[in-house]
Ligand binder design. Structure first.
Ligand SMILES: Cc1ncc(COP(=O)(O)O)c(C=O)c1O
Length: 401
């Protein structure tokens, strides 16, 4: 479905993520009888006043699949929040990622994908793009400008996810984007971890900013959605075309929840960041742990780049454990009261999962054979989380005789 080679463009606006903007973006009370929030438009058919108007097909809303006041106002709010030209809204984060890739790739093209990418994105490359004869090469997340050596004459997209899923490496986006743009390659960035509040990827060189709204914008574990925002009109046209041709549309009820999430995004992120760092620092004092992988902590891979490029941190991070039997690790996690065990993150409640990244890596090594732990820190009191973890470590250590 990809377009012909698209030259990178310049973002039209600069990002603005103040509390005031988050409160006001995408609302128009006086166009809606004074109601503070945009009403939820449920629809399929949209009526035209006359047969001639239908043939001309020029009215603002023509068919629900192509947009409603609910969806268009949310798109505009996100585009402004992200400092971009335009946004598409998709039914999941993964769908925003796949639609973005399909917008810029066609058969015979080559994609450079970060090795630490979210595993379902990797699966899309291996099981879908491969069938379209689109080749994917995985690169080390810490490669920086060294990415140039992997560029081929048919490389059309470089994909970034910073920090990396689970292993949390922060990438040198400006250095990679610089190289990419010298070769007229489009840079797509998964910006779910920090959101545009803390990481202005379009300003730092990405051409498309993708986020799983499911996580922090949704914020309450009751919503699946994704957005992709292009920095310039040309890239937006490519996104919009891939979105429209696939017939993607999201329910107004879900968009209403996502718009509500925007209002408190910055406030929640600040508390998540504070809690996340408090728990991560405490974990760093524990003898059971080899390394805490949290971009805001010194020593974490890419920490200096995080300090340079980010204005804050998400509350998702990982720890490498000393070698323990799987049963001991599972017993520790099962014992925790304040940490649910499950995929996804971004809600108000803390989560933990065991993981082994070596299963999903091909271009960079992972040092451990056993499980590491990925924590997501919610809005609870950090001292309650720490007390819970302390008791979990007692269970872990009880397995060592
Ligand atoms: C970094 C990242 N990007 C994208 C996604 C996909 O989002 P969704 O679950 O909404 O498809 C996830 C999901 O966990 C994720 O962690």
């Amino acid at each position: 479905m990809g377009n012909d080679r698209i030259k990178p463009g310049t973002p039209t606006f600069s990002a603005s993520t103040s509390y005031t903007d988050l409160v006001n973006l995408g609302r128009a009370p006086h166009q809606h009888h004074g109601f503070i929030n945009i009403p939820v438009y449920h629809g399929s058919t949209v009526l035209f006043p006359t047969a001639k108007a239908y043939i001309e097909y020029k009215q603002e809303y023509t068919y629900t699949r192509t947009g409603t006041p609910t969806s268009r106002n949310f798109e505009k709010a996100v585009a402004k929040l992200e400092g971009g030209f335009g946004t598409i809204v998709c039914p999941s984060g993964l769908n925003a990622i796949s639609t973005s890739l399909l917008a810029f790739l066609k058969n015979g093209d080559h994609l450079l994908m970060v090795d630490s990418v979210y595993k379902s994105t990797r699966r899309f490359c291996e099981m879908f793009l491969r069938n379209l004869d689109i080749e994917t090469t995985y690169y080390d997340p810490l490669i920086g400008a060294g990415i140039e050596r992997f560029i081929k004459s048919n490389t059309r997209v470089i994909y970034i996810e910073s920090p990396g899923s689970q292993t949390m490496e922060v990438q040198d986006l400006p250095a990679i984007a610089d190289v990419a743009h010298q070769h007229e390659i489009v840079v797509i960035a998964d910006n779910t971890w920090a959101t545009s509040v803390y990481y202005d990827v379009l300003k730092l060189g990405a051409d498309v900013n993708v986020q799983a709204v499911t996580k922090y914008i949704g914020g309450h574990s009751d919503l699946m959605m994704g957005v992709a925002t292009a920095g310039c009109e040309k890239h937006y046209a490519a996104l919009k075309s891939a979105h429209m041709l696939q017939g993607i549309q999201v329910s107004g009820d879900d968009i209403n929840l996502a718009a509500r999430g925007l209002r408190t995004l910055r406030l929640r992120l600040e508390r998540h960041m504070e809690n996340g760092i408090a728990v991560a620092e405490w974990l760093g004092t524990r003898t059971e742990i080899v390394e805490v992988l949290h971009p805001a902590l010194a020593g974490s891979p890419g920490h200096d780049i995080w300090k340079r490029d980010f204005e804050g941190a998400g509350s998702l991070f990982s720890v490498r454990l000393k070698p323990y039997d799987d049963d001991a690790v599972f017993a520790m996690l099962d014992h925790l009261e304040h940490f649910g065990i499950g995929a996804s993150w971004g809600g108000f409640e803390s989560l933990v999962i065991p993981f082994n990244p070596s299963i999903n890596r091909t271009a960079s090594d992972w040092p451990d054979k056993g499980y590491s732990l990925r924590f997501y820190i919610g809005l609870e009191n950090p001292e309650d989380l720490i007390a819970d973890l302390k008791s979990g470590f007692e269970v872990l250590n009880s397995f060592k005789s």
